[in-house]
Design a protein around this ligand. Structure first.
Ligand code: SAM
Length: 227
């Protein structure tokens, strides 16, 4: 996975490559999908959600510029894999999930002794998981040096811009429900630099600062969400 799907496609950050190489991805999947853990695509998890393609996790993590001690807000805990990658690098992660059952499973999983940081402490020592609507961020813990949104949004939510520290980076898939662009936002004082890093497809961000109900309703009629 690291050589072919990540390094071979241009992921260069050695911290990201090492973290993803060290983590047993099969521990983040339903047991019947453990054999598919290194598959080059997204996979289903509980609650109709997904664990993202390894390459997209690598790219988003690299675009965040992670480093030990960095304060990161993740929106969309899902399986907990993205949070684990950041924690393994040494980031201090606050992760928000709207499905309580996914949050509970991820909390248990990340406390496992087999998922440790390089000093042997459980990854849960570096990750706090909260249940709620992350589309509006988590104001009382702001500002964040990095914000990573692992669900698609129609535009960059204003509360997330406001909760970004000066010089901080926000990585988020932006666009209509069918397909999005991966956007990196860097805060420079009151201004924001934005760059696109290509197409991607994510499950939708559901919340106050995301798609309106009519848009979601129309999409639901077309079938289950895809990533
Ligand atoms: N980062 C996850 C991982 O490593 O497994 C993958 C996340 S999955 C593609 C998107 C997640 O975003 C889902 O678990 C979904 O429930 C969650 N989500 C969607 N809208 C949300 C919101 N407003 N607040 C928090 N979580 C949200």
């Amino acid at each position: 996975m690291v050589e072919h799907q990540l390094r071979g496609r241009g992921i260069r950050d050695e911290r990201v490559l090492a973290a993803m190489g060290d983590l047993p991805r099969e521990m983040f999947l339903p047991p019947n999908l453990a054999d598919e853990a290194y598959f080059d695509g997204a996979l289903p998890i509980d609650a109709g959600q997904t664990i993202s393609q390894p390459y997209i996790v690598g790219l988003m993590t690299e675009l965040l510029g992670p480093h030990p001690g960095m304060r990161v807000l993740e929106i969309g805990t899902g399986s907990g894999y993205q949070a684990a990658v950041l924690a393994r690098i040494g980031c201090d992660v606050l992760s928000i999930e709207r499905h309580p059952e996914l949050a509970a499973t991820a909390r248990t999983r990340l406390a496992a002794p087999t998922l440790a940081d390089p000093d042997g402490a459980p990854l849960s020592d570096h990750i706090r998981i909260e249940v709620g609507d992350g589309s509006v961020g988590w104001r009382i813990r702001a500002p964040f040096e990095g914000i990573i949104v692992t669900a698609a949004a129609p535009r960059v939510p204003d509360p997330l811009r406001r909760q970004l520290a000066d010089g901080g980076r926000l990585v988020i898939p932006i666009g209509p429900l069918k397909t999005q662009e991966l956007i990196q936002v860097i805060r420079r004082g009151d201004g924001f630099e934005e760059r696109s890093f290509g197409a991607c497809v994510f499950v939708p961000l559901i919340g106050a600062a995301a798609y309106d109900e009519a848009t979601l309703h129309a999409h639901r009629r077309l079938g289950p969400f895809r990533i």
